[in-house]
Design a protein around this ligand. Structure first.
Ligand SMILES: [Zn+2]
Length: 251
């Protein structure tokens, strides 16, 4: 497949990314989770891009803080989870499991992935194998469960695991190095219930430190690699997931 489209990352705040999807002609753009309007507007203006839609995964302010200003400036529609209508009043389209959003050349299927928040959704583009997953999964980790249960968090990660292995995961935070520290604590613990592929983890660690030393992001994640290294994807059941999440919360 010829790759005609690409995704750019705009770092905002301490460790968030806003994703900008750019079409092959370099004219149209879609943004995901704009927590801050200023840097996004500046980026779009500099590249002479027209913003055609804003996609939102969940209602936390670091994901929606720039929505109103961007909508006002560019006059584009906003897509958001149906379960968060109250928290995201700026939205025009409410999305639920199985809905399809066509924004040519992209087509997103909506996955409901509760846990971090109850209404959390992800945008899955099957053709490009891109997943915009907000705060559900991170490099070698997963999002805190602010609203959902461990059962929901576990089930949501299992759904991601079922996507094609070549999937690129665009998660919103640069937490991978911190999560690598957690993986090492876990590996060095006696009778740890989770044992990932230690060689794969070392390879991951090498590549990660090279990228971060060069000032490059660790995102997008590769699902095929997370599958063999991310302890939260390796958890066998909701109980193991709970054990990991509670241990991670104490770090
Ligand atoms: Zn969040």
């Amino acid at each position: 497949m010829v790759k005609n489209e690409h995704v750019e990352l705009i770092p905002i705040f301490d460790d968030n990314y806003v994703f900008v999807l750019i079409d092959n002609a370099g004219k149209k753009a879609v943004v995901v989770d704009p927590g801050d309007a200023g840097p996004v507007t500046e980026f779009l203006r500099a590249k002479k891009l027209d913003l055609t839609a804003i996609l939102v995964t969940h209602h936390h302010s670091d994901h929606i803080g720039g929505v109103a200003a961007l909508k006002n400036t560019f006059g584009c529609p906003v897509y958001a989870p149906e379960k968060n209508q109250k928290q995201i009043p700026q939205a025009d389209h409410w999305l639920k499991e199985g809905d399809v959003v066509k924004l040519s050349p992209w087509e997103f299927t909506i996955l409901e992935l509760p846990g971090h928040t109850l209404g959390h959704i992800a945008y899955w583009d099957q053709q490009h194998k891109w997943l915009f997953s907000g705060d559900v999964i991170f490099g070698l980790g997963c999002g805190r469960l602010f609203e959902g249960s461990h059962e929901q968090g576990y089930a949501s990660l299992q759904r991601i695991k079922k996507l094609p292995p070549q999937t690129l995961i665009y998660c919103t935070h640069e937490y991978t190095e911190r999560n690598l520290d957690f993986c090492r604590i876990l590996t060095n613990q006696d009778n740890t219930p989770i044992t990932g592929d230690s060689e794969a983890l070392e390879l991951y660690a090498n590549e990660l430190s090279n990228r971060r030393d060069l000032g490059l992001p660790s995102v997008p994640l590769k699902l095929s690699i997370e599958e063999s290294t991310n302890p939260f994807l390796l958890a066998q059941d909701a109980e193991q997931f709970r054990y990991l999440r509670e241990l991670r919360n104490r770090q």
